[in-house]
Design a protein around this ligand. Structure first.
Ligand code: HEC
Length: 147
């Protein structure tokens, strides 16, 4: 059993140690990890222009990136890897609301120019290369064994 003063010391020492640890890790995250994991050296003019288009057109009103946004339309963090550039440009430049599902949900027909679509693709490519510690998780499909 701890005495009252031992319990006090235990509480204070624990609080101090974990506060210092928390502050140290937070500082490390901001000074080192964010730049490294986001590959900030790859932020080009195109990526920035794409990010502005992303904001101005409220893509997050329907989509998510890194899980942030609305859950109406597909998650776009790894969309470049999943769909490839020509497909994405087709969706972004389509003059008619694009959709392949019977749910009735359609992508907005923004009719972006080639340059705008390229900027958005550059932005989505940069997003897709961020080291997110494994997010989004890849689905574990059941593998059938061939006997
Ligand atoms: C009003 C809702 C809405 C908004 C706003 C919206 N989208 Fe979409 N988008 C959709 C829906 C719904 C789909 C899926 C259509 C389908 O698969 O049939 C889609 C599909 C896509 C796809 C293909 C995704 C895939 O995995 O097939 C991309 C890329 C995309 N949108 C990018 C954007 C960008 C960039 C913006 C902003 C400039 C944007 N969207 C704004 C509804 C929206």
């Amino acid at each position: 059993m701890l005495t009252k003063s031992q319990a006090k010391l235990f509480f204070l020492a624990g609080t101090v140690i974990f506060s210092v640890l928390f502050l140290g890790l937070s500082i490390d995250t901001h000074l080192n990890r964010v730049g490294e994991q986001t590959h900030e050296e790859n932020i080009t003019e195109g990526v920035i222009a794409g990010k502005h288009l992303w904001e101005e057109n409220n893509c997050m009103g329907c989509h998510t990136i890194m899980g942030e946004g609305a859950y109406y339309a597909p998650e776009l963090t790894k969309v470049v890897e999943r769909r490839g550039v020509p497909y994405i440009k087709g969706v972004l430049m389509s003059p008619t609301p694009w959709g392949e599902h019977t749910s009735g949900r359609k992508m907005v027909a923004y009719g972006f120019s080639d340059e705008e679509a390229n900027n958005l693709v550059e932005y989505l490519t940069w997003i897709g290369n961020i080291d997110l510690n494994g997010f989004p998780a890849k689905p574990q499909y059941k593998v059938e064994k061939n006997n």
